[in-house]
Design a protein around this ligand. Structure first.
Ligand SMILES: [Zn+2]
Length: 232
């Protein structure tokens, strides 16, 4: 890990798992007994908006009960103390990175704590329910949906992510299976650019072969140890 100045960190479900947040991919494509295609696609929202809004209302309430864990705290420390460029690209839609104190965070799959107005395109911080069709704070339309990227939708800020990857000396993937594109392509992009690559994950992932180094174990142990190394 010599000559590292700019770092891009991708975080996935494995970082939030130790905070008690479960995910689609933990349980055979089910998420709290719902199939992905019934709650997390634009087609599902068009077909049964009440089901989808109620489901996301439940998730939005649940994450507000959770607390950041040691992995979030370590990454927040790295963000605060790292002198070079750093970007935490997270696939997670919770706000645990931010609540741990991290500031350089990009939510490529959106966030539970925003509502997105499909009438005026405004995004508003949102902590309560959407099931009763509250008005958009910006335009008043009753057209709010969760600001979460559903399956089949384009992740956010891909140009900014690829820009950060091009400038990075180190790409680190933490707690993600490597199975979902486009995030799964980041390591290949990094390798083509000659960037050092490191994977921290509970188990070997589908993408492990692409990394220069893979360390296996719980994020709550691996991440603080790695951050200690980086900050020397
Ligand atoms: Zn609006």
């Amino acid at each position: 890990m010599a000559d590292i100045r700019n770092i891009v960190i991708l975080t996935g479900a494995g970082v939030s798992a130790e905070s008690g947040i479960d995910t689609f991919r933990g349980g055979g494509g089910l998420w709290e007994q719902h199939r992905v295609e019934d709650v997390a696609t634009p087609e599902a929202f068009a077909r049964d908006p009440d089901l989808v809004l109620r489901f996301y209302d439940m998730r939005r309430a649940a994450i507000q009960e959770k607390e950041p864990n040691r992995a979030h705290a370590a990454l927040a420390r790295l963000d605060a103390e790292w002198p070079g460029d750093l970007l935490i690209v997270t696939q997670n839609v919770d706000d645990l990175h931010e609540r741990a104190g991290a500031r350089r965070v990009l939510h490529m799959h959106g966030t539970h704590l925003n509502a997105w107005c499909t009438a005026c395109d405004a995004r508003s911080r949102w902590t309560g329910p959407l099931i009763d069709r509250p008005p958009c704070p910006a335009c008043g339309a009753r057209a709010l949906r969760p600001d979460v990227v559903w399956f089949g939708e384009m992740p956010y800020e891909m140009e900014r992510i690829y820009g950060a990857l091009r400038a990075a000396d180190l790409f680190v993937s933490i707690g993600t299976s490597g199975a979902v594109y486009p995030a799964a392509g980041f390591v290949r992009e990094a390798r083509e650019l000659g960037t050092q690559t490191l994977e921290l994950n509970l188990e070997r992932s589908q993408g492990s072969a692409w990394f220069d180094e893979t360390r296996l174990g719980p994020a709550g142990e691996l991440v603080p140890a790695w951050v200690d190394e980086m900050l020397g």
